[in-house]
Design a binder for this molecule. Structure first.
Ligand code: PCA
Length: 203
């Protein structure tokens, strides 16, 4: 059976959970439209996250890869359009790395575009009243780092992939005043719509 790899990150920046992993992990070994889903957690650590992702892709041989990350404070699910060849961290990662102005891959392109059907996903999710935008920047922290490596690794293959940032989960914002969040059910439904759409398109 064809495989889909979904990844989420471990918590970072003092958070107790990372919504990306909370919502992704429940899909492990589920099947959708004749694809099997495999979920894996990545460390919020530059370089390590890439090495681990490469190993998973080599082992699992997925035809679809979607990496998810937390975008705290975002008011929408952000379908990331472009990964850039830059590490520039505002805060240290979970191992203390804080690269600045660093090229990710001197042999790589300046940027890669997501190969997911972003416009279609955007319209479908918003039609279901799930606030979603197409984002022009995944930042320059660990999420962009992983997104860039992913797109570089799969660029000459039939595998499609991309990156999606999600807002805080409601349980994360209890002590954060006026901070946007989504509940688990909404995010779960969003991922179902995303997977259903992509697997139908790719069949
Ligand atoms: N979000 C961070 C890294 C891990 C995560 O979930 C980011 O946006 O780069």
């Amino acid at each position: 059976m064809k495989k889909i790899l979904l990844t989420g990150f471990e918590p970072f920046a003092g958070e107790e959970i990372n919504p990306s992993w909370e919502v992704v992990k429940v899909f492990n070994y589920k099947e959708i439209n004749d694809y099997q889903i495999v979920t894996k957690q990545l460390p919020t650590v530059f370089y390590d996250a890439k090495d681990i992702l490469v190993n998973y892709i080599n082992d699992i041989k997925p035809v679809i890869v979607i990496c998810f990350g937390q975008a705290g404070g975002s008011k929408t699910i952000r379908l990331e359009r472009v990964a850039i060849n830059l590490n520039d961290a505002r805060i240290p990662d979970n191992k203390g790395n804080q690269p600045k102005d660093e090229i990710i891959n001197i042999n790589g392109e300046n940027a890669y575009f997501s190969s997911l059907p972003l416009r279609k996903l955007h319209d479908l999710l918003n039609n279901e009243n799930i606030p979603t935008s197409i984002s022009l920047s995944a930042g320059s922290y660990v999420c962009n780092h992983v997104f860039y490596h992913l797109m570089h690794i799969i660029k000459d293959s039939n595998t499609i992939g991309g990156f999606i940032h999600i807002p805080y989960l409601d349980i994360q914002v209890k002590n954060k005043k006026a901070t946007f969040s989504l509940d688990f059910t909404t995010l779960n439904k969003a991922i179902e719509i995303i997977l259903n759409t992509i697997t139908k398109e790719s069949n």
